[in-house]
Design a protein around this ligand. Sequence first.
Ligand SMILES: *[C@@H]1O[C@H](CO)[C@@H](O)[C@H](O)[C@H]1NC(C)=O
Length: 353
Amino acid sequence: MKLVVYLYLSMIVLGVQAWPTVKRSFELYPNNPAMPYNVHTISDCMHVASEAGDYIFKKLTPPAAAASSPLGTALNREAALLELEAAAVVAGELEAVAGVAGGVVAPTSAEVCGLYVIGEPDTIVEITMKHYDVNCETGGLMAFVDGWELNGEYFPGIKDHHRALDERVYEFCNNYKQWPRISNKKFFRSSQNAALLQYRIPARGSFVANVRFHKITQPCNILVQDTAAVYKMANFGQARNCTLSALFPAVVSLANLRIGGKSVRAQQKVNYDCNMFPDRLEIGGSAGIDAFGMEQSSSVCGSTNEPGPEQAIFCGVTSVRLVSTGRYQNQAAVVVRKADEHDIDVATLMCAL
Ligand SMILES: *[C@@H]1O[C@H](CO)[C@@H](O)[C@H](O)[C@H]1NC(C)=O
């Protein structure tokens, strides 16, 4: 995998313009128009989706029947424990640890579940509610979130997003008391490659959400999808802070760096201690998905075309944050891969786990 990453890296250095993400093999095949339309059934409480298509959720069991099921097996006991834990968190938030692949919990009664959508780095997510039957009266509620929410924290971080949080979360349900009954087709778009459709359906209910991705030309915040890839970060001359986050401990290195003014760029070496400069690239990690207050391992500025050293961030979430005043054209190619035990040698940050 490392070899592949460096191959891609050298492609960047040679000036290839396209987003050189290391694709999973199935993504290498072009869309086959003869293929049936993608329909996915949502089965996990935390369902991560990276494909376009329809996502269907249906709950037929009345809550009484679900509650009376015996909790005999260890698996069920574990699920019950998870549920208790989840209930302790405000509004029964997802009790999923930062690792996406990890905590998969079966949907239970009043639990908040979510369809976590993630696209390519240079896309935004569009969700169209083709159908929803989520009764407000029985405590049913749905919400579209512009970003991801985990354990009460958001990606992109609340302070790092151009929209206020109440504009990023749109709640809805069916009010069957209202006459005439209106069930508007709902349509949402995210500001980055990550979006979330949350739902709490205590009684019976269902929905069909259509997911699409749209390319954008100036991506800012990026949620890392692949376990090894090169990402291009840039401010396009704007005063904005952009964060790239991976929900796993990761090894990060930089290439093709141009950050800061002329005097900073003219220096012989890349500066890894740039906290006194307003334009910089911060590398670090945190336990939760809001990277605003992350622990920093380095703060980088300067200019180079050569790949920099690798550093491993052993935290639940690894982030790279490009802070820009808008005075300069900042850009960097960031190589991210999943860290393993061999990377301890290059560790620069270990979060308390
Ligand atoms: C970017 O972040 C810095 C510090 O981390 C902050 O001072 C600045 O106000 C932020 N800029 C924007 C546009 O949010």
